[in-house]
Ligand binder design. Structure first.
Ligand code: ZN
Length: 675
């Protein structure tokens, strides 16, 4: 599971410590800005304090993180690679007038394709429309040397016949992931996880594969494309020698280098197990690797690398490729150690039905990390927290590893300073003041609680597998983790443990959460559209449900002043009670696999948008001229050599987004245009 950045968080300035502030002052945080996106830079503080061996380990894991970029493009949509390569050919070789305003539109489109790892918006999943027409595209193609276009997709005519409708026909491949109930979710989704397979066929295929009595079930379907060949369903497995092999070979090569400089035997074993899994494609090997990975809590350097999250598959089987190289922030990890050290207390006091509490919470290890390299589905848009592995049985028997990514949230906060957001949307000065004072701390603590306790909490009723909630599963799981975090943020235990200086910090988070869920996150939705993305649905669900249930006692209020709507929390303690009530119900839904009740909650509170309020929010937001989405350019690492001997690894912070993307497309692109 991952936790993503909400738009409003980025709008609220934080107060980091003085040392960070000094360092931040001469750093330019924003690298690029286009459409609804800003591209930021992040720093990697304390990289120089690592040993040479650790630096090399980060370097090799970082290289491995860059090698699967093409996999994600292809997973997202089958023509993403030929489209990207065609656009890059034009970007590089077009010898016509580059000052034409339409060329600026072309560049914007290409930047969006890079950012989304394809032609569908990374967050809304909708295909975006080029700001130039097909006739101009023909001009661009004609003005570009023919030998620059991808040659592995047939003739240029054949290439254009496929990619032009994909780019310009709004009705074609309109949505990458369709979660709208009613339609066949596979036929109406443009992702490349299934080919020629109906939703029903896929569901039956995997239902037949699953053994309900297996206490350690593998994550069926996680690492393959499901296709129909001669009328029979068949998995094309992503492994060495299988689908995506050319990219996986490179990933394995760099992982082998990393294994050779591992910090300790367990970490070496872990990396070796991942390599073995990439070689076999056997999901049992994946679980073996995950068990080792969870148990490695002592290494400072760590990583995520593989087919992990299933948000891109409406049925929740297939995982997109992602990677992160990181190392532990030892000072900040003391905070999460306090939380995980008290994990059983939190579980025992959770406001859920006692039979769904975990009697023994196992190995919730939590740490704060510094990200050193982002790749695949974590790049350029990135999570701010991660909790893995996802397999329920491993979490039950071996626990899970939870991380808060502090250098990323820090970069968001720095980049958002003084942007006017909270002056526009937060009504009460005392709320604004608390957000300014405690925003950064309560955000980080929310992430810690969400990741290291929320997802790891609770247990299923006997006989429940965990996939019963289908297309509502991700939303409800995120809601469960968020509610756990929100409920405990306002608990006096936070003061007792020294995690918060005052509950005002929790109330600041409550005020923000309600405002965002009911109102300001709508800045990310186009007029007339519903809410689609799982984290956004979860936030709307929680906020709208609590607003409605609190109406009789006016717990949360919609205030109109000078024609502007504000969300104001009148009673924070009562709101906390409502968070607890909803947590109890959602835990019950998950534990019992109650699809009907889950569907009703999400559809009634998490999907629909009030058009009047939506229009107002968009207008107010537009006046601020902010970008609702952000992503990052990666730092670069260079080996410093003395003769043949590596003596250091140097880090630098490039600031040219397009240049980095072109570099990645040139040097880390291994897949053919058709896979
Ligand atoms: Zn989560």
């Amino acid at each position: 599971m991952l936790l993503t950045m909400t738009g409003f968080l980025a709008g609220l300035a934080a107060c980091g410590d003085t040392k960070k502030k000094e360092r931040a002052e001469d750093f330019v945080w924003q690298a690029d800005r286009f459409d609804d996106i800003k591209v930021l830079r992040y720093q990697v503080p304390d990289f120089d304090s690592l040993s040479l061996n650790q630096k090399l380990l980060v370097y090799y894991l970082g290289q491995a993180a860059l090698c699967g970029r093409d996999i994600l493009f292809d997973q997202n949509f089958k023509y993403n690679l030929p489209i990207r390569r065609t656009l890059e050919a034009i970007y590089e070789g077009y010898d016509g007038d580059r000052n034409d305003p339409r060329f600026a539109e072309f560049e914007k489109y290409l930047k969006k394709v890079w950012f989304a790892n394809g032609i569908h918006h990374h967050y809304s999943m909708d295909k975006f429309t080029p700001g130039f027409d097909e006739a101009y595209f023909d001009v661009l193609v004609a003005g570009t040397p023919a030998d620059l276009f991808p040659a592995d997709f047939g003739t240029q005519e054949e290439l254009m016949a496929i990619i032009k409708p994909a780019m310009f026909d709004p009705a074609l491949y309109a949505k990458r992931v369709n979660l709208e109930a009613g339609a066949d979710l596979l036929e109406t989704s443009a992702n490349n996880y299934y080919d020629g397979v109906t939703q029903r066929e896929a569901e039956e295929f995997y239902a037949a594969m699953a053994d309900p009595n297996d206490p350690q079930p593998v994550s069926y379907g996680l690492n393959s494309q499901l296709v129909k060949e001669n009328g029979r369903l068949k998995e094309r497995v992503w492994k060495l020698g299988g689908m995506y092999s050319p990219a996986i070979e490179k990933i394995v090569y760099w992982l082998e280098q990393a294994a050779a400089v591992a910090e300790n035997p367990l970490q070496k074993q872990t990396i070796d197990a991942l390599i073995a899994y990439y070689k076999s494609g056997d999901l049992k090997d994946f679980d073996k690797y995950n068990v080792l990975w969870v148990e490695d809590v002592d290494s400072q350097v760590d990583f995520v690398n593989g087919f992990i999250e299933t948000y891109g598959d409406p049925l929740g089987y297939k995982a997109s490729w992602e990677a992160i190289a990181n190392f532990k922030n030892i000072a900040a990890t003391k905070r999460t150690a306090t939380i995980s050290g008290n994990a059983q207390w939190f579980e025992d006091h959770s406001p859920i039905d006692p039979k769904y509490r975990k009697p023994h919470v196992k190995g919730v290890s939590a740490k704060v990390i510094t990200v050193a390299m982002l790749g695949g589905d974590c790049f350029p848009a990135t999570p701010i927290g991660i909790n893995l592995p996802n397999a329920d049985w491993i979490r039950r028997d071996h626990g899970s590893k939870s991380v808060t990514i502090e250098n990323i949230t820090y970069a968001y906060d720095q980049a958002a300073k003084g942007d006017g957001f909270k002056e526009e949307f937060v009504l009460r000065p005392e709320d604004r003041e608390n957000m300014e004072k405690y925003g950064s701390l309560s955000d980080d603590l929310h992430t810690d609680l969400h990741e290291c306790l929320g997802h790891a909490s609770g247990q299923l009723a006997p006989g429940i597998k965990g996939d019963e909630l289908k297309n509502y599963g991700s939303t409800l799981e995120e809601a469960r983790a968020d509610l756990f975090a929100l409920y405990y943020l306002g608990d006096p235990k936070m003061l007792e443990l020294g995690l918060l200086p005052t509950l005002d910090a929790a109330w600041a988070e409550y005020a923000k959460y309600m405002m965002n869920g009911m109102m300001t996150q709508l800045t990310r939705i186009q007029p007339g559209k519903n809410i689609e993305e799982a984290h956004m649905r979860n936030r709307a669900l929680i906020a709208n449900w609590c607003y409605e249930k609190g109406l009789p006692e006016n717990v949360v209020e919609k205030v109109t002043q000078n024609g502007k709507t504000y969300i104001v929390v009148n009673d924070f303690e009562k709101l906390r009670g409502l968070f607890g009530d909803l947590l109890k119900e959602i835990q019950r839904i998950k534990s019992e696999g109650d699809f009907q009740a889950g569907q009703a909650l999400v559809e009634n509170y998490g999907v629909k948008v009030d058009p009047g309020l939506h229009a107002e929010v968009l207008e107010r937001y537009a006046a601020l001229d902010l970008a609702p989405y952000a992503g990052f350019v990666n730092p670069e690492y260079t080996l410093v050599k003395d003769g043949d001997r590596v003596v250091d690894v140097r880090i630098s912070y490039p600031d040219d987004y397009a240049a980095q993307m072109m570099k990645y497309s040139k040097h880390y692109s291994y897949l053919p245009s058709v896979n």
